[in-house]
Design a protein around this ligand. Structure first.
Ligand code: CAA
Length: 382
């Protein structure tokens, strides 16, 4: 199979480095972290030590500025080994990109260099108990009192919220204005009135912590506001336009891992006196799985390259890539379990984990249904 010929030497080199780290230092821990639901400490350490953290940060702010395609190929490799670790890895740009997109020089200077090295961890908090797909319906309030805003409310499903040093929190200055009231704030973890709530017990990506956040008369200086009042929703969406291709890449990594496992098993498993790979029924399944993964990867790379060449308005392709790749990962991982048969249903083999991990790819960063809404709106102009 050909390597994507369009990758630059730098992109190929960082992909190969990520592949080596993922296979040697992340994959061996993945089943353990999944089973114990522990924070993937060793895997994150491997990523930090390899310098993969700051590749999305511009050089002037301490990163290596490699762009969205590089971020995507690295994320795919990490997800091949451990989707929970990949989720943690991608949470850094998810929480950091709003600073890059809308922060002042002061914000950038304060946070980005330390996010690039991993000295600080970031998180992004948009969703609430009553506002998942309908993000503009969020209810956490921000009331201006002199030189500060007072935040009250609760957020939900915040990846890494309990480990993050700084959380980008989206709150509303006027709930009746929906999207136009939403405002973004940088909330440092030790801010009085900010507390971590319930940690979710999840089906998959179990080593990646997902928590609720609570704000009780939490005073945030006006200087910690990102952009102007009412600009928060656009900042949230522009961030997702960049991270959705990379999330698609995570799904590609899971799909590729499931395909690799299925191919390996089909060649070894003997039934009716021959390897099951000799049966055309299995061959067709594997070929379909390979096409799903390949198409997903191409869509992800296309959407990521649009970001890298500075194309605004990549929403359509970002949603397509994220949606296709998420659905493909789910289908391919489910089929991998089928190829493994009864063994695939046990925790002795990794494919049941791939199937559980794949499911979130159709849910977080906008469900597959929301991506279709976005694609249809772009098509229909509404
Ligand atoms: N870029 C810039 N601006 C955008 C935009 C984009 N991609 N998308 C929308 N906007 C703007 C619109 O132009 C509009 O502005 P104007 O009024 O000035 O024209 C404004 O934002 C409101 O947009 P809509 O009217 O389209 O808003 P909506 O309420 O109809 O919702 C939606 C749109 C696409 C459904 C959106 O709510 C959405 O994406 N929902 C899914 C939310 C989501 O992905 N949540 C995941 C959270 S992150 C996560 O999961 C990670 C984790 O930690 C687990």
């Amino acid at each position: 199979m050909n390597d994507p010929f369009y990758l630059t030497d730098d992109q190929r080199a960082i992909r190969d480095l990520a592949r080596k780290i993922a296979r040697e230092r992340i994959a061996p821990h993945a089943a353990h972290y999944d089973e114990t639901e522990q924070y993937p400490e060793e895997s994150m350490k491997a990523i930090l030590e390899s310098g993969l953290f700051g590749i999305w940060v511009p050089e002037e702010w301490g990163g290596s500025d490699m762009g969205c395609l590089a971020l995507s190929v690295v994320t795919e490799e990490i997800a091949w080994a451990c989707a929970a670790t990949a989720t943690q890895y991608l949470d850094q740009p998810l929480g950091g990109l709003p600073i890059l997109l809308a922060g002042s020089d002061e914000h950038k200077k304060r946070y980005l260099p330390r996010l690039a090295t991993g000295e600080l961890l970031a998180a992004y908090s948009l969703s609430e108990p009553g506002a998942g797909s309908d993000a503009a319906g969020l209810r956490t309030t921000a009331v201006r009192e002199g030189d500060r805003y007072v935040l009250n409310g609760s957020k939900q499903w915040c990846t890494n919220g309990d480990h993050a040093d700084v959380v980008v929190v989206f709150a509303t200055v006027d709930p009746t204005k929906r999207a136009k009231g939403i405002t973004a704030f940088l909330v440092d973890k030790d801010t009085p009135g900010f507390s971590i709530g319930k940690k979710e017990k999840k089906m998959g990506i179990r080593a990646s912590p997902t928590v609720a956040l609570h704000f009780t008369d939490c005073a945030v200086p006006v200087a910690q506001r990102l952009g102007a009042e009412g600009e928060g929703f656009k900042i949230a969406m522009q961030t997702l336009d960049i991270t959705r291709p990379a999330t698609g890449a995570m799904a590609v990594g899971i799909g590729q891992a499931a395909l690799d496992a299925a191919v390996g098993y089909a060649k070894e498993r003997q039934q009716f006196g021959q390897a099951i790979a000799a049966f055309q029924g299995i061959q067709f399944m594997l070929a379909d799985m390979a096409m799903q993964v390949h198409a997903a990867r191409l869509m992800v790379h296309h959407a990521a390259r649009q970001v890298d060449v500075g194309l605004r308005g990549n929403t359509y392709e970002a949603s397509m890539a994220k949606c296709w790749a998420g659905d493909a990962a789910m289908k391919v991982a489910t089929d991998a379990v089928q190829v493994f048969g009864g063994y695939g249903y046990t925790r002795e083999y990794p494919v049941e984990r791939f199937m559980r991990d794949a499911k979130i790819m159709q849910i977080y960063e906008g469900t597959s249904q929301i991506q279709r809404v976005i694609i249809a709106r772009e098509l229909l102009g509404g």
